[in-house]
Write a protein that binds this ligand. Structure first.
Ligand code: HEM
Length: 127
């Protein structure tokens, strides 16, 4: 298959990942700050969080699979820039708990997430 197809899905999955992070960040802040003060709203918040956690997982899986597919089709081997991207992938996966459990740190978390995503994007473009 054309590697461009995988690249398009790869980049769209990164967008999906950050959409899920954004939703989880605001839902977690809402739950912590107690802006929801009834059981129905709390249940709706918990349900929405489950959906966005699943989206986060789906996006991570798609990033990995389309990344591996491009490696195969472009015959990149396993150079340092790919190793860096895999490190970023692990960090971004692990930062879900930071977004959900520490919503009051969200300004810092956002800066950190953007900085590590910038490393992966730079590694993909300049190598
Ligand atoms: C398992 C981890 C990953 C692997 C194996 C991987 C692999 C790849 C490969 C092989 C390419 C094609 C590069 C080329 O055409 O020369 C690519 C492109 C790209 N990757 Fe990843 N990637 C991974 C994670 C990520 C992450 C976490 C991000 C961003 C947060 C990201 C952003 C991009 C972007 C923006 C491109 C397109 C660059 C261009 O315009 O050519 N990747 N990736």
């Amino acid at each position: 298959m054309n590697p461009h197809v995988f690249k398009i899905i790869h980049v769209l999955s990164v967008l999906l990942l950050f959409y899920a992070f954004g939703a989880l960040s605001s839902l977690s802040a809402e739950a912590r700050e107690g802006t929801t003060n009834n059981r129905t709203a709390d249940n709706a918040n918990a349900y929405a969080k489950r959906i966005y956690k699943a989206l986060h997982g789906l996006a991570l899986l798609l990033i990995l699979l389309t990344g591996l597919a491009q490696m195969h089709l472009l015959k990149t081997g396993f150079p340092v820039w790919i190793q860096v991207k895999m490190g970023v992938w692990l960090l971004i996966g692990g930062s879900l708990s930071l977004v959900v459990r520490r919503p009051h740190w969200r300004s810092w978390t956002w800066a950190l997430l953007l900085a590590i995503a910038a490393v992966a994007v730079t590694a993909a473009i300049i190598h």
